[in-house]
Each structure stands twice: as C-alpha cells, then as structure tokens.
Design a protein around this ligand. Structure first.
Ligand code: UDX
Ligand code: ADP
Length: 464
C-alpha cells in the first residue's frame, strides 16, 4: 500500500495534483520537491493568495493540507528515499538544440530525475511518469533505473494528467477518467493496482482505466492533439466565415448540436496557447517522422501551421484596419494569459500578436488581471525580436483596464477574462482616440452593443 508519495516538480501539474491527492487521502504523506528554492518558498508562504500558481480553489486545498500531510521542500534526496511512490512531474519543453530541435521533447530533466532516483533509492519504489512524454520514454527510464540503481526493484507506471489550467482543482476532484499504464507483468500489475487504490479514495473505479505503458503514454499525446485539432478546425472555418458573412458562433452551435460532434472545444479564437498543445503536437509529428510516417506527421503538423496563421492574421488585420500603419499608435492589449483564470502565459497568443504589432512600432498598453509586469517583459524579451530597451520603451503594463484604454487608438482583446464582459464600454469609448477600434480575438463581446456605442468592431469569425 502506498503511504508516502514524493512528487518531483512543483509546477502547474505537480503542485495542484499533489494538493488534491493529499486532500483526498489524509492517510498518505505527500511531499512535493523542486530544485527551485523560490518556488518552494512561495508554496510554503504565509499568504495563500500568493502561491506560485493561481488556480481557482487551490489556495483553500493547500491551506487545509499543508503541514498536515502535504509538504513542500527542496530536499529532493530525502523525499525520494522516504517515498513508496515517486511522481515525476518536471517540465519537458520542446528541444531548442541538437537533433529534433524545435520539435522533439527535451527529456534532460526527466533523465536527471531518473538518475537521481537510481542513486538515492535504498528501498523498492514505484516510479510514475506524470509529465507528458513521448511514447516509449518509460523504456529509457527503466534502463537508467535498473542499470544504475542500488539493486532495489523499480516499477514504472505512466499516469498522464489531463487537467486543464484554470479548472485544475475541479478537474482533479472530478476527472473524466484516470489513466494508468503499467507493465503487463505480475509486478507491473501489482504496482498499477496500488496506484488505482490511491485514486479510488475519490474517483469511481469505473473511471480508472488501466492499459499497457505505451498506450497510456500515447493516449495523452493523442488527447491533446485531438483537442488542438478541434480548435484549429473551427479557427480555419472562422476565416471562411469572415469572408462569407457567416458567423462562426452560429456555425459552431449548429454543428455542435450533432451528438457525434458535441459542443465543447469549438470556440474560435486568436489561437490556442498553453504549455501543452503545441509542444505535444510537435512531439507527435517528430515521433511519426522518426518512424518514417510522413503522411501522419504532415497531417498533425497542419494543426500548428493553422494556429500560427491565425495569430498572424489577427495582428495583420489590426494593422490593415488602422489604415496600414500602427507606428506610434497606442493599442491596449486586454489579456496576456493563454486563457482565462490562469496566470500562465506559456505560448499565449497575446505574446505573438503583441510581437507582430511591436514589429510595426506600435505602442502597447497591457492589462491582465493575473499576469505581472516581469512576466510580460520576460515573454517578449525571450523572443529576441528587438532589444530589451526597445521593449521597455514600447510596452507599458497598466494595472487598471480603463487606464490602459485611455487615449488608445484601438483595443485588442486577447484573453477571455469574464471581467471584460462587464466593463463600462461607453466610458472606455469616451476616453479613446476616434475612430475607436476594438478587435475581439475571443468572440467574447456583444458587437452590436459596441457598435451602438460607436466602436468600429472586428471579431474573430464574424463576417460583415
Ligand atoms: C490542455 C488540455 O485541455 C488538458 O487536458 C491537458 O492536460 C493540457 O492541455 P490547457 O492547456 O490547460 O489544457 O488548456 P485548454 O483549456 O485545453 O486550452 C488550450 C488553449 O486552447 C487555450 O489557449 C484556449 O483559449 C484555446 N481554446 C480552447 C480555444 O481557442 N477554443 C476552444 O474552444 C477551446
Ligand atoms: P508543468 O506545467 O509540467 O508542471 P512547470 O515548468 O510548471 O511544468 O514545472 C516543472 C517544475 O519541475 C519546475 O518548477 C522545475 O524547477 C522542476 N524541476 C525540473 N527538473 C527538476 C529536478 N531534476 N528536480 C526537481 N525539480 C525539477
């Protein structure tokens, strides 16, 4: 029976997942470890509103469990040694160097974890891949563990996380399914059953699926690829809607009522972002190519090509509409996070739209209710499209949305934060330069109302 869990990686996946396991399994001690001292300090901080990750409901869960059976620490070795089960929940970014650059997942953090576990472990362990990994990664982990370990037994399981950011706590409390892949040996099955028993503390057994390791690894990539593909499919239609006078919202509703298609994930947008979709599809494409499956690779790559096109198309639409020049014009950017209810900005469409506008020498005033100034500049500087000084000169982060829009020529809505819907748009309009333009990248706002106020409106997927 698993009584002591260690999770390596206190990020967007490890933090919330372990908090919910601790909440639902008071008899299990859960220790989340990370190399990043600042991150661990923030998890241990006095102020629960300032945890390193913002997720609705997370602060309450951490407050209830921290110090009871949930602990955050940088002492990785100790936590590994004490645990019966070790979750690996470190980041697996796209490689930025060498073979597979720009496509394959970088597994260096995973390998380091495996080596550390092998070095430290003095008793049998179940090692669980939580991070999304290329299919057959478990093979490499097993090789490291079995060939460099201290002779103890390691069982490796794949248990991918399907939570979405912004709804992480709700998704974890009530998952559609939990997926556990294990080796099809007697010991492999026993290990999988032990993990099933942990989830059974709150998930109905019928929703806990067990498979072989490779199916589990590949299912996670497949799920993300299918979801992203739906967004690219509706976004492709959004462009067609704009030129034909159709309304993508109406089209989505019309097709979504077909029970075979279903209504979810059909919202046209300025493009999907987040840490998973692009990374996982690139990885899938790379894997397909490495097996010589070029048609399969090309098929999935198109999902990314369309997404990049959507972001560029939105930015160039702004430039075109503002009389083909935005140089020296002020544009208010409302929303920087990749979607609402998160402070995560990884691969956010806002970064790329802002970058295109900055290339045209626009001045930007950015407002996001949860993203801080340092993050916005870090995102822009990372692209290296221009010097840090130029970014500082052209971009201002404003804590008040009304202030951000004051004096602006145009507004670009790039995240679907609920608060944008209840703004006093009349007041905002009055403070802007005329003609006042609004570009709705999330099909979020009531265009008819905005037009009545006087705005010149554009919304993804709406023809005129
Ligand atoms: C995703 C998967 O949903 C989750 O199961 C997996 O574990 C991790 O990747 P996440 O990246 O947190 O989760 O966000 P998600 O809600 O899936 O949204 C991804 C992006 O797609 C966002 O930028 C979102 O705005 C966009 N999106 C989503 C759309 O543009 N339209 C939609 O209809 C849905
Ligand atoms: P995710 O979205 O997958 O959770 P994050 O980047 O938010 O990704 O979190 C991953 C965390 O893993 C980071 O905080 C990073 O410091 C941590 N990490 C990476 N490698 C190791 C390691 N070898 N030991 C401990 N922590 C690690």
């Amino acid at each position: 029976m698993i009584k002591n869990i260690c999770c390596i990686g206190a990020g967007y996946v490890g933090g919330p997942t372990m908090a919910v396991i601790a909440l639902k399994s008071p008899h299990i001690k859960v220790t989340v470890v990370d190399l990043n001292q600042e991150r661990i300090d923030a998890w241990n901080g006095e102020d629960f509103e300032k945890l390193p990750i913002y997720e609705p409901g997370l602060a309450e869960v951490v407050e209830k469990c921290r110090g009871r059976n949930l602990f955050f620490s940088t002492d990785v070795d100790k936590a590994i040694d004490e645990a019966d089960a070790i979750f690996i929940s470190v980041n697996t970014p796209t490689k930025t160097y060498g073979v597979g650059k720009g496509m394959a997942a970088d597994l260096k953090y995973i390998e380091l974890c495996a080596r550390q576990i092998a070095r430290v472990a003095t008793s049998d362990k179940i090692v669980i891949e939580k991070s999304t990994l290329p299919v057959r990664t478990a093979e490499a982990i097993v090789n490291i563990l079995k060939n460099t370990g201290n002779g103890v037994d390691f069982q490796i399981l794949s248990n991918p996380e399907f939570l979405a950011e912004g709804t992480a706590v709700a998704d974890l409390m009530n998952p559609d399914r939990v997926l556990i892949g294990g080796e099809q040996t007697e010991n492999g099955k026993k290990a999988a059953q032990q993990l099933v028993d942990v989830y059974k503390n709150w998930v109905p057994e019928a929703n806990i699926l067990t498979t072989n390791v490779w199916s589990s690894e590949l299912s996670k990539l497949t799920a993300n690829a299918f979801l992203a593909q739906r967004v690219s499919s509706i976004n492709a239609m959004s462009e067609l809607c704009e030129v034909t006078g159709a309304d993508v919202g109406e089209v989505a509703k019309a097709i979504g009522t077909d029970s075979r298609i279903g209504p979810k994930f059909l919202k046209a947008s300025v493009g999907f972002g987040g840490s998973c979709f692009q990374k996982d599809i690139l990885n899938l494409v790379y894997i397909a190519k490495s097996y010589g499956l070029d048609e399969v690779a090309d098929y999935w790559e198109q999902v990314i090509i369309l997404n990049d096109h959507q972001k560029r198309r939105f930015a160039s639409n702004i430039v075109k509409t503002l009389f083909n020049t935005v140089s020296g014009k002020e544009i208010a950017i409302l929303g920087w996070a990749f979607k609402k209810d998160t402070n995560d900005t990884r691969e956010s469409a806002a970064i790329y739209v802002a970058d295109e506008l900055l290339n045209e020498r626009a001045s930007l005033k950015v407002y996001d209710p949860k993203v801080n100034k340092e993050r916005v500049f870090a995102d822009l500087n990372y692209l290296e499209s221009r010097s840090k000084e130029e970014n500082t000169e052209l971009v201002n982060i404003i804590g008040d949305p009304y202030e951000a829009c004051k004096g602006a020529h145009a507004i670009a809505v790039l995240t679907e934060w609920d608060e944008f819907k209840s703004f006093d748009w009349r007041m905002i309009y009055e403070g802007m330069k005329k003609p006042a333009f609004i570009f709705d990248g999330r099909a979020l706002l009531d265009l008819e109302e905005l037009s009545k106020i006087g705005f010149v409106t554009y919304s993804i997927g709406k023809g005129n």
